[in-house]
Design a protein around this ligand. Structure first.
Ligand code: SF4
Ligand code: SF4
Ligand code: SF4
Length: 389
């Protein structure tokens, strides 16, 4: 007896309809099931044709990204889509020449193949910088300028931003900013976790009802959950309008570890004026500028960051980051209707200069987002090499 691969009923090989595929016999209960099975081959050819003009993707990419890291589920979708693939020693493998048609890669449930899988839904993409002379924030100061615009136009009554501690240099302190001066204190990146949600709750308890909230994806996710979960506090009784301004984020570090690292390099933490991460480098600026490979800080990464897969704060109204834009400019992803409208209005009112981000810039964002998405696949490797978790 055999199983019909289409309807899964048991059939008798002697009386069943039959097809031969990749040198193997398949049996069907009816002509209809046999026809569906036979048409699969034509579907593969159609997909191959439509992928022809796109990027050439060979089996090597599937092997490198999915099979070698050990995250292949052995579902067989790649093998079933191509006559030169078969399972060898428990893994999909080539048994003939690959034409780099990309079909196997696009069938695999573990590959990430669409832009929205990488950066979430986006309405428009810009590169921008502040037009306000007093805003000296990193990468164009666009977040600070957005908050100043929203506060001065009466769209928010407070903003949750993170400033540096007065007592301990570069230690993050979340505050409820209600004045221009408070918001200006919040500019610049601090690569340590900040307990922003406490400040958000405190702002609501103090009567704020329209709040600008700035944070990386993990903080934006917390707000989203509290707004949308059936038992979320913001959903049930602490109702407030929250404009979510998300920050691109790759890493944060343990504060005491970061302090020791910088001091061991010969810089008192209090002398540091700016910290930034660019192209795999950690850069600090005091009287002089010093650059270190980011890998030197691997052991200081927060555990949560090693499993975080959201670069661009996908649940925010507007997301901001340096990736994709030139020095002095910020990449802005407008995700919601509200975010897009406010961003365009801020530009119309002279707070921000903005233009459409070129395709090359967006590709850099997608590339970086992919690096972060697939890092979850590398967790096993990190445990094996003792480099994370
Ligand atoms: S020829 Fe086969 S193995 Fe090569 S990319 Fe296409 S589907 Fe994958
Ligand atoms: S499609 Fe992907 S997950 Fe499925 S067997 Fe092939 S490589 Fe593994
Ligand atoms: S890497 Fe992820 S978890 Fe870590 S601070 Fe950034 S957004 Fe949060």
């Amino acid at each position: 007896m055999a199983i019909d691969p289409i309807c899964k009923t048991t059939v008798d090989e002697k009386t069943a309809f039959k097809s031969v595929y990749k040198n193997k016999d398949y049996y069907f209960c009816s002509e209809n099931c046999k026809q569906k099975f036979d048409e699969l081959d034509k579907s593969v050819i159609r997909v191959r044709r439509s992928l022809k003009d796109k990027e050439r993707i060979s089996f090597a990419k599937l092997r490198r990204e999915i099979i070698e890291p050990g995250i292949c589920t052995l579902c067989g979708a790649c093998v079933a889509s191509c006559e030169v693939l078969s399972v060898v020693n428990g893994k999909p493998a080539l048994k003939g020449p690959c034409t780099a048609c990309g079909v196997c890669y696009n069938q695999c449930p573990r590959t990430i193949t669409t832009e929205s899988n990488l950066i979430g839904s986006v309405r428009d993409v810009f590169t921008a910088k502040s037009l306000l002379s007093e805003v000296k924030g990193q990468d164009g100061g666009v977040v600070t300028s957005m908050l100043l615009y929203a506060l001065e136009e009466g769209l928010i009554d407070s903003a949750i931003v993170t400033v540096k501690s007065d007592e301990e240099p570069w230690k993050p302190v979340p505050i409820v900013a209600q004045t221009r001066e408070d918001i200006l204190r919040g500019s610049g990146s601090i690569y340590v976790h900040s307990l922003t949600m406490e400040s958000l709750m405190s702002a609501i308890k103090r009567g704020s009802r329209s709040i600008g909230f700035v944070g990386p994806s993990c903080n934006i996710d917390a707000v989203h959950k509290m707004q949308n979960s059936p038992y979320g506090l913001l959903h049930m009784f602490m109702r407030a309008n929250i404009l979510k301004l998300g920050l691109f984020c790759m890493d944060t570090f343990d504060y005491p570890g970061l302090k020791t690292f910088i001091e061991q390099k010969g810089f008192p933490l209090s002398s540091i004026r700016e910290m930034k991460i660019r192209k795999g480098k950690f850069i600090i600026r005091s009287e002089t500028e010093a650059t270190f490979p980011l890998s030197e800080l691997d052991h200081l990464r927060s555990g949560s960051c090693t499993v975080c897969t959201d670069l661009t704060a996908e649940k925010s109204d507007l997301s901001f980051g340096s990736v994709g834009s030139n020095e002095g400019y910020t990449t802005v992803l407008a995700r919601t209707g509200l975010g897009l409208e406010l961003f365009q209005d801020a530009a119309d009112r002279g707070y921000i200069k903005m233009e459409t981000l070129e395709r090359q810039g967006l590709d850099r964002v997608l590339h970086q987002a992919k690096a972060k998405k697939v890092q979850m696949y590398m967790i096993k490797k990190r445990i094996e090499t003792g480099k994370g978790l």
